[in-house]
Design a protein around this ligand. Structure first.
Ligand SMILES: *Cc1c(COP(=O)(O)O)cnc(C)c1O
Length: 381
């Protein structure tokens, strides 16, 4: 390469070693745009030769993450976004517009509820929240302008397991698109797309990333729907950064081993806590898959324990308003994820002031159990 003056060299030095290594792991394309040698190459991009143009429009790292999740879900393609919520938004805007109607389960993740209830209204998109436990309620709330049925494979925080076959059946009858948030189950336990669900969404912030160091989302489905979602992501700027995508992709490599430990530990904890006098209810699914029943255990200690004292007595277990890290953590839905809900709705759903959601980590199960038994014994009324 030609040697230039100092000021020019400082600007161009980093480009000199570009593309000359065979790294074992895909590099991070931490670049906002891609360069073209001539106009033919540029034209090639628009002819769909697989090149990249501008990171908001597409980037190898964000595609790596999206296609990895699509692959695990058994779906043809996918797209990555800046967060779980932006993936949900992109999916919704791919199938609805002003004047349309969505039927959603009333026990969604709090942030999703907030978006559907408060933000979509401003777009002129109407949402009916009903109990998806009752299929008649779903059918009764479908209208001529209903475009989407929205639910979660395992709901948060009370861990109801959605009947995906039934949902698909109803949607086909009325010619409606279905969308499932598969964040809690992950494709390790559940693959909604293979059960006929049209769009599957993840907060990759959780088990896909797995280490509480990424905020990201992924939406997977058929080519045509994902193309529509991708247009929303590009035009509304919901894209993911290359570095976060790279971390998410790295997380997937250990998804199976993490999930196996998470679900085994969760099953053990759920079984053990059932008989404790400080616990009035343990929420844990009876059956999700042959591989296990989920990584989260929710308990209700209302009336049995002093909740303040319980949280104070958890020793090494931290109170964290998220889930899915390798460390066991607890959250308090009434004050965090479901704060946006009215107290009436929370009570109706069973999210009392005694509900504690446990994100069971990958530590030794005996240590996890001992920490909870200690906190229950300390705080029992
Ligand atoms: C965390 C979460 C979301 C939102 O994801 P973000 O990455 O925080 O935007 C959506 N659904 C479920 C089930 C979640 O747990």
């Amino acid at each position: 390469m030609v040697k230039h003056h100092f000021n020019t060299e400082t600007v161009h030095l980093s480009e000199k070693r570009l593309g000359s290594f065979t790294s074992k792991v895909n590099p991070i394309y931490q670049t906002s745009a891609f360069a073209f040698g001539d106009l033919e190459e540029l034209e090639g991009y628009y002819q769909g030769n697989g090149a990249y143009l501008y990171t908001r429009v597409g980037n190898p790292n964000t595609d790596d993450l999206a296609l990895a999740v699509a692959n695990l879900e058994g779906a043809p393609t996918g797209v990555a976004t800046s967060s779980g919520l932006s993936a949900i938004l992109a999916g919704i805007l791919a199938v609805t517009k002003t004047g349309d109607h969505i039927v959603a389960t009333n026990d969604t993740y709090g942030g999703t509820y907030h978006m559907l209830e408060n933000e979509l209204k401003d777009f002129g998109i109407e949402v009916s929240f009903v109990s998806f436990e009752n299929q008649e309620e779903i059918r009764e709330s479908i209208k001529a302008n209903t475009k989407l049925l929205y639910s979660e494979s395992i709901t948060n925080p009370l861990l109801r397991v959605e009947d995906l076959e039934e949902l698909t059946k109803i949607a086909k009858e009325y010619n409606i698109i279905t969308m499932i948030d598969n964040t809690f189950a992950t494709p390790f336990l559940c693959q909604p797309y293979l059960k006929g669900i049209d769009l599957v969404v993840h907060s990759a912030t959780k088990y896909i990333g797995g280490h509480s160091d990424v905020t990201a989302g992924v939406l997977v489905g058929q080519q045509d729907l994902i193309a529509k979602a991708r247009a929303k992501i590009v035009n509304l700027g919901l894209n993911l950064s290359p570095f976060e995508a790279w971390l998410g992709t790295r997380g997937i490599k250990t998804l199976s081993v993490r999930m196996e430990r998470h679900v085994n530990n969760a099953q053990f904890l759920a079984d053990q806590l059932k008989s404790h006098p400080g616990v009035c209810k343990v929420y844990y699914p009876d059956f999700v898959s042959e591989k296990g029943n989920g990584p989260i255990v929710t308990i209700d200690v209302i009336g049995k324990c002093d909740v303040q004292k319980f949280f104070k007595s958890l020793s090494w277990i931290k109170i964290v308003p998220t889930l899915a890290g390798v460390e066991t953590t607890v959250s308090y839905p009434a004050a965090t994820s479901h704060r946006a809900l009215s107290k009436e709705l929370r009570d109706e759903l069973g999210i009392t002031e005694g509900v504690v959601r446990i994100s069971v980590g990958i530590e030794d199960p005996e240590d996890i159990l001992a920490a909870f038994l200690n906190a229950l014994d300390q705080s029992i009324l």
